[in-house]
Design a protein around this ligand. Structure first.
Ligand code: G6P
Ligand code: MN
Length: 445
């Protein structure tokens, strides 16, 4: 089985490779092809992977290339984990929005729109190449904003592209644990869009346990989302929101905190990771040790350095580092070996959520097997959630249209109609500001 990783020089690739090394089952990945535009980043990551593989029998063979077609031809799985514009781009997305007094964040609000406008044309180009060179491959998309990017790719790949995120699994696990349930035995009724979803029920042996949690303020105060949103607000909502909803429900507070901070999360990660790649210029450097040290620093700042979860207390050790590589591996195994499982994934709606059309990519529990990911019929969202989900999906559609047509007016519309952008004039200035700093937005006319 061959796996191609796009964005193969990325800092989180060793997490994926580490997960592959732990997989001893039949039909496992035996060959990994890393693709990246940046040769020196590819070399740095390849060295880390080689050190990880030392002493592991039958470790997947690793090759690296800067040629996309070569990386794709004949592959079985593609992990798409690119970052158009790099972490400097992320820092600029954050900064330009905050200067206008609106949320500057990787995937939500104005920052997420800017990131989407840069990424969609590139992701669509990749999807076209996959459709041509590896039409039977399954594409697992981690590239953010993951729901929007998956929808852009689905226009070329249909249901062969599946988007993933670690946040719904993490949330489901925390809710199960706080209720004393085994996360593996609980069915988490989670629905919405990527980074915009709610746990509406947690079923164990046929019984919904969420009401027990919502009725108990002490229990609510004992886990991360409970502290982040506050027990009273969760009781009013009657559901447990994804941590990213904090940007909506406490928008003013986050914007102010981010404006007051010394640097944004993107700027922090940019500087920190630059240190790792710089260290790797020394041919004698110990690659795995350097990577591991940088990763530990990143995790140590997970709750601080302007992350939405700051102030929510400690995150348990096994919730750190996302765990997105585990979701990716679980998905790949289910597809490759027809091992039926249930995972929360980003797929085309196909009638699952009645508020959205069939082609809209949504984030819902899916049954996964050798035929792909099949969304499980879900109860309709409550009105407050329907309102947000429809507003944000319509913004995503404007981003897709702007990326296709190059229309600046449509890009302005995307910003202006986002619930977290409070004026059309602000939207116009955001488009000015972003096109001035991002070469990847030069296509907007
Ligand atoms: C979570 C989200 C990812 C996001 C990441 C950002 O894992 O699910 O979509 O990319 O957080 O983390 P960072 O450490 O880069 O701020
Ligand atoms: Mn995510």
């Amino acid at each position: 089985m061959r796996l191609t990783i796009l964005g193969g020089g990325g800092f989180r690739v060793p997490l994926v490779y580490g997960a592959l090394l732990g997989d001893r089952g039949a039909g496992r990945v035996t060959r990994v092809v890393l693709h990246d535009l940046d040769r020196s980043r590819l070399q740095a990551v390849t060295r880390v992977l080689h050190e990880q593989a030392a002493g592991v029998p039958d470790a997947p063979e690793v090759t690296a290339t800067t040629d996309l077609d070569e990386a794709l031809r004949g592959t079985d799985f593609v992990f798409c984990a690119i970052r158009v514009g790099g972490l400097q781009g992320r820092a600029d997305d954050e900064r330009v929005a905050l200067a206008e007094g609106v949320l500057g964040q990787e995937t939500v609000g104005a920052g997420g729109i800017a990131y989407g406008l840069r990424t969609v044309p590139v992701a669509a180009g990749i999807a076209r190449r996959v459709a041509r060179l590896a039409p039977d491959a399954w594409v697992i998309n981690f590239t953010n904003p993951a729901g929007l990017v998956t929808e852009a790719m689905a226009r070329h790949l249909g249901d062969r592209v599946i988007g993933i995120c670690d946040s719904p699994v993490g949330l489901g696990r925390r809710v199960a644990r706080v209720l004393g349930a085994d996360p593996r035995e609980a069915f988490v009724d989670y629905a919405g869009l990527n980074h915009l979803g709610w746990v509406r029920a947690l079923r164990v042996a046929g019984r919904d346990r969420l009401p027990d949690l919502l009725a108990d303020p002490d229990l609510l105060g004992s886990f991360e989302e409970g502290r982040l949103f506050g027990a009273a607000w969760l009781q009013s909502l009657g559901a447990i929101p994804n941590e990213y909803l904090h940007y909506y429900y406490f928008n003013r507070e986050t914007v102010r905190a981010y404006q007051d901070a010394e640097r944004t999360r993107g700027a922090f990660l940019r500087d920190q990771q630059a240190g790792f790649y710089e260290e790797m210029r020394d041919p004698d450097a110990r690659a795995l040790a350097a990577w591991d040290r940088t990763r530990a620093e990143r995790e140590a700042t997970y709750m601080a350095e302007n992350r939405r979860t700051a102030g929510a207390g400690e995150r348990e050790a096994d919730d750190l580092s996302g765990g997105y590589e585990k979701v990716a591996l679980a998905l790949m195994r289910a597809v490759a070996r027809d091992e039926r499982t249930t995972l929360v994934l980003n797929v085309r709606n196909r009638g699952t959520l009645s508020a959205l059309d069939g082609d809209a990519v949504v984030e819902v529990p899916c049954l996964v097997d050798a035929n792909g990911a099949h969304p499980i019929t879900a109860d309709p969202l409550p009105d407050h959630a329907t309102g947000l989900v429809r507003a944000v999906k319509s913004v995503e559609r404007d981003v897709l249209d702007a990326a296709g047509s190059g229309s600046r007016a449509t890009a302005v519309r995307a910003f202006a109609l986002h619930p977290l952008v409070d004026s059309v004039s602000v939207a116009r200035r955001l488009v000015e500001g972003y096109t001035a700093v991002h070469p990847g937005l030069a296509y907007l006319r």
